[in-house]
Design a protein around this ligand. Structure first.
Ligand SMILES: [Zn+2]
Length: 136
């Protein structure tokens, strides 16, 4: 199921036009190494595979969505100097009150328009997607 999904998405979207098939193996490795973390970083995936962040995000986006295996976790970094490691995840609707986004750690608020250009994404493996213990 897991491998079939990896391959189906790769072939149905003609990813071979942009990404070598070996990237699929490395994606599998990446998922195995990181699936217990809270999120998967497309920045790390880009760095490890010598592709651009943009390519990395695009590749992972193909694996997101209804038929995919990943959820998208958009976030912005809080700009408060006292709070610089804090990420504000935007999936929580609570943070969208009045078109404002609120940092839960320091309470600083941002208007949605102002943060739109700074949105970054992480990914997470969907609940129920099991990675088989044996590598193919
Ligand atoms: Zn903050």
């Amino acid at each position: 199921m897991y491998y079939k999904k990896l391959q189906t998405i790769y072939s149905e979207n003609e990813l071979s036009k942009e990404f070598s098939i070996s990237l699929l193996d490395r994606f599998d490795d990446f998922l195995r190494r990181n699936h217990k973390k809270d999120y998967l970083s497309p920045y790390q995936f880009a760095l490890e595979n010598d592709i651009s962040v943009e390519q990395s995000v695009r590749f992972l986006m193909y694996y997101s969505g209804k038929e995919g295996i990943l959820d998208v976790l958009p976030f912005v970094d809080c700009l408060s100097p006292t709070c610089h490691s804090s990420r504000i995840f935007l999936n929580d609707m609570d943070e969208y009150l009045d078109n404002r986004v609120i940092c839960e750690d320091c309470g600083r608020t941002y208007s949605k328009e102002n943060i739109l250009p700074f949105i970054k994404v992480y990914f997470d493996i969907k609940d129920g997607v099991g990675i088989p213990p044996e590598k193919k």
